[in-house]
Design a protein around this ligand. Sequence first.
Ligand SMILES: Nc1ncnc2c1ncn2[C@@H]1O[C@H](COP(=O)(O)OP(=O)(O)OP(=O)(O)O)[C@@H](O)[C@H]1O
Length: 366
Amino acid sequence: MSENSSKKVIVGMSGGVDSSVSAYLLIQQGYQVEGLFMKNWEEDDNDEYCAAAEDLKDAQQVCDTLGIKLHKVNFAAEYWDNVFEYFLAEYKAGRTPNPDIMCNKEIKFKAFLEFAAEALGADYIATGHYVQRREVDGHWQLLRGLDTNKDQSYFLYTIGEQHVAQTLFPVGHLEKPAVRAIAEQQGLITHNKKDSTGICFIGERKFKDFLQKYLPAQPGDIITVDGEKIGRHEGLMYHTLGQRKGLGIGGTKDGGEDPWYVVSKDLINNQLIVAQGHDHPSLLSRGLTATQLHWVDRQGPADTLRCTVKTRYRQQDIPCTLRRLSNDHIEVMFDEPQKAVTPGQSAVFYLNEVCLGGGIIDEALQ
Ligand SMILES: Nc1ncnc2c1ncn2[C@@H]1O[C@H](COP(=O)(O)OP(=O)(O)OP(=O)(O)O)[C@@H](O)[C@H]1O
């Protein structure tokens, strides 16, 4: 009998392939495995989008195939209060939030973890995230997933060492095609299910219509960096910095047909500020400041640190120097200027494979 057989693991079953294979691998490793499906969003009666019911059906079928129990829980109230309200408030403040990061912090590694430990007696929880963990001198580190294409550490930087210690990531050392192959071999119906996209738990809705249901749009002017009015926008919240498409404006007589890019938002005057050409200097930042910091080791760097940063998911690592301005405020200077550094998005720091933590971008430094 392996020592794992005395440990109970609750796997977050999303109805996707990664969590299906995670549950299978944990069973292979000898753990006592049960699944937990969360519902975090209540659809309207007339909502055409109801993927949650499909996902639950798939999760149940996978658990039946694997011969494990599936529990269900509803965290829609927690999601609304701690993720969705924040998401709306950030949009209102002219920023571009990342609700998936907040969802991991408040739901998967808080509500879910507490429920699994307290109500279901879990020793560990497990998820199908593509990240890894390692214990060094009695401290748990969060590492990037082996599959560089799928690495999800960017979304998990808010989780502290104690959460890493309590969580197993069974697919983090695998490449996605290998995960699908295992699912197929094991006859799991999720083996060819498409990867989820869209906002976590809200899904792939028409984003503009969805946001409009909650925040009234305020149309205003589109102004060039030189102060010339060149069009109208339907609402600042529909635009993000560095965005190229959808401005509804063509070229100008002296700028040729080069496309326009959003370089900033003037909240006071409700103006969208744009510049022409993808390499316009207004699109570039030398660095950023960030707040709402979370460090996996809970301490973070003492003063200054040479490391790398990602200012959005799937970005190449940017070499940088991080300097602490105060306990919850840092300045980060890039070795090379970067495009479209966006307030509200997260800056996540790495030392080689180790995800150190991160914060919310407050200001892009020009
Ligand atoms: N509704 C849910 N109930 C329980 N756990 C969930 C749920 N949604 C996501 N999770 C957990 O969080 C992990 C990461 O979720 P994400 O939405 O990023 O999906 P993913 O990477 O496509 O994984 P999967 O293929 O398992 O859906 C999942 O693998 C699963 O363990």
